[in-house]
Design a protein around this ligand. Structure first.
Ligand code: ATP
Length: 276
């Protein structure tokens, strides 16, 4: 069943998207407070809009990796993106971060049209999107503290901001005692917590995760999903691409299902729903 967000047309697969273009992306997005707030309700404005999006890779001209996808994800939602290997999940995420451009259709993040966005604006877009990957992507020769602080240094944050925000976020993910460890001195679950800390230290309003528990055992995976839920409760919109059936079935959040590049299901409190 498609859910209706307050004050908005349904999120049906073919809902027309007509957002106004805003020049200030940051102003258009809510900011993350690291203190746990009440469970936030989806707010009025869509954070992500796909409007008849098709993506065809040059290497596979006859087989769209995504075909005519239209949907909206609202501020404060927690959404699972599920589908078999090759169904288009990573392509979907790369379109949101503007690593890829669609072959046709439009994608809006906080009302900004990524299709027409100038290249110089892309780094500003990415400051608003925390990214978490299956393989953590930590810098091996840097400590936990340095891996997280680096994310703030590259966007020019002051030493004062770094000294306050990095310990705060490492406390949030439960790594306050591991600041000086290197990634190879941590478990897989701890490394993923560092990568989540790095993704949210700049308080992005949107967190996208591509198979965040793909390398972790079930118990560690539950800890990571609990953490993502806590981050979501602070108001951050969370999108998780996953194969983790148990997690999706237990958490009963919105599920968007892709099959061969087609949107086949968009369900509130959904289940994984594919045969393994
Ligand atoms: N750079 C590329 N060039 C050509 N085809 C690609 C490229 N990247 C992905 N594809 C194809 O696009 C389709 C979707 O791939 P995608 O990686 O988005 O799927 P996925 O659902 O994320 O898969 P997985 O769960 O295995 O990561 C597949 O058919 C894949 O072969």
């Amino acid at each position: 069943m498609n859910k209706l967000a307050p004050g908005h047309a349904g999120r049906g697969h073919h809902a027309p998207a007509q957002p106004a273009i805003r020049s200030d992306l940051s102003a258009a997005l809510p900011s993350l407070s690291l203190e746990d707030a009440q469970q936030s309700q989806p707010m009025g404005a869509p954070v992500i809009t796909f409007d008849h999006v098709t993506k065809v890779y040059q290497a596979q001209p006859n087989k769209p990796s995504l075909h005519d996808i239209s949907l909206q994800i609202y501020a404060g939602e927690f959404v699972f993106l599920v589908g078999h290997s090759g169904s288009g999940k990573s392509t979907f995420i790369k379109l949101i971060t503007r690593e890829l451009k669609p072959s046709s259709g439009h994608i809006y993040v906080a009302d900004e049209d990524l299709t027409t966005m100038r290249d110089w604006r892309v780094p500003y877009l990415r400051r608003n999107i925390g990214c978490v990957f299956q393989d953590f992507k930590l810098l091996p020769n840097k400590t936990v503290f340095e891996n997280v602080s680096f994310a703030l240094e590259v966007i020019g944050k002051s030493r004062h901001v770094i000294k306050t925000q990095v310990p705060e976020v490492l406390r949030l993910v439960g790594l306050q005692d591991k600041l000086n460890k290197r990634p190879d001195q941590l478990s897989g679950g701890e490394q993923q917590r560092v990568s989540i800390a790095r993704a949210i230290v700049n308080r992005p309003p949107l967190l996208v995760c591509d198979e965040p528990t793909g390398n972790l055992d079930p118990q560690t995976s539950r800890g990571i999903m609990d953490l993502l839920e806590r981050i979501n409760r602070t108001g951050t919109t969370v999108l998780v691409a996953t194969h983790d059936r148990e997690m999706v079935d237990n958490m009963r959040r919105r599920v968007i299902a892709l099959d061969n590049g087609q949107l086949t299901r968009d369900q509130d409190r959904g289940v994984y729903g594919f045969d393994v």
